[in-house]
Design a protein around this ligand. Structure first.
Ligand code: ZN
Length: 247
């Protein structure tokens, strides 16, 4: 069983389509979505249509999804995120707002190997940045592999006995690692639609359960098309600029 893992798509249809074309060529069986399908980008309805067509096996909601569908207020967001979230709420169809509102809160157990969350397994809105955050998350996690998003930075934490190691992969195209017996893992595949690790390429992952292998991919996509749509939509210009620098 091979799972395609998508996190933080953020209404960027160009980045999503690039990832889907690449993933199709590599073959996968099921799709998993780690939340924040919308917010920041100019194509929230198109992204939701595309994700629904994939018929995901497991999904969790992100903080932007909650605000965009109106089940949480935008007050906690900074002004740029709030502006984009409210724009998204206005343009989304009622059907898609309802669909977002029905997305489950993480963590969700996918199978015996994996669980998924948006922020962390103890709090869907918490950020996992450093090893302290990671240790707390690994303690809360109920599966050997916990997949998370929210920070938009690819990283893998690996807890073996009492030793925690982390690697922030910056692959030329792909990097892979194998899940070893007694270890617990916490992996962020990176963001499809708004990378923040200084690399503007779209990120996604494939988890091969039978071979206990995780592969992380980076792909170029037509950033300038996504940027032009952000500007044309009247969203804050900084949201277009950051796509080109991956920040
Ligand atoms: Zn996000």
């Amino acid at each position: 069983m091979r799972y395609l893992v998508l996190a933080d798509i953020h209404a960027n249809i160009e980045a999503l389509d690039a990832c889907l074309a690449d993933a199709r060529a590599r073959k996968y069986d099921r799709t998993i979505v780690l939340g924040d399908l919308v917010g920041y980008g100019a194509d929230p309805d198109a992204v939701i249509n595309r994700v629904c067509a994939l018929d995901p096996f497991a999904m969790v909601r992100g903080n932007h999804d909650k605000v965009a569908c109106g089940i949480e207020p935008a007050e906690e967001f900074n002004s740029i995120a709030r502006n984009a979230a409210l724009w998204t709420r206005d343009v989304l169809t009622q059907e898609h707002r309802d669909w977002l509102a029905g997305l489950p809160q993480g963590p969700c157990q996918v199978d015996d190997l994996m669980e998924i969350c948006h922020g962390s397994p103890f709090d869907e809105d918490a950020y996992i940045f450093d090893e302290l955050d990671a240790l707390r998350a690994l303690k809360a996690s109920t599966r050997p592999l916990c997949l998370f998003g929210h920070t938009h930075c690819p990283i893998a934490f690996d807890l073996r006995k009492d030793t925690l190691e982390s690697t922030a992969p910056s692959p030329p195209l792909a990097v892979q690692f194998f899940l070893i017996g007694q270890s617990k893992y916490l992996v962020n595949p990176g963001a499809v639609g708004q990378p923040r690790d200084g690399d503007p390429r779209a990120a996604y992952a494939i988890v091969d359960v039978d071979n206990r292998r995780v592969e992380l991919f980076r792909l170029t996509y037509p950033v300038e098309h996504a940027q032009a749509k952000v500007i044309a939509a009247g969203l804050p210009e900084v949201l277009a600029h950051r796509l080109a620098v991956g920040r």
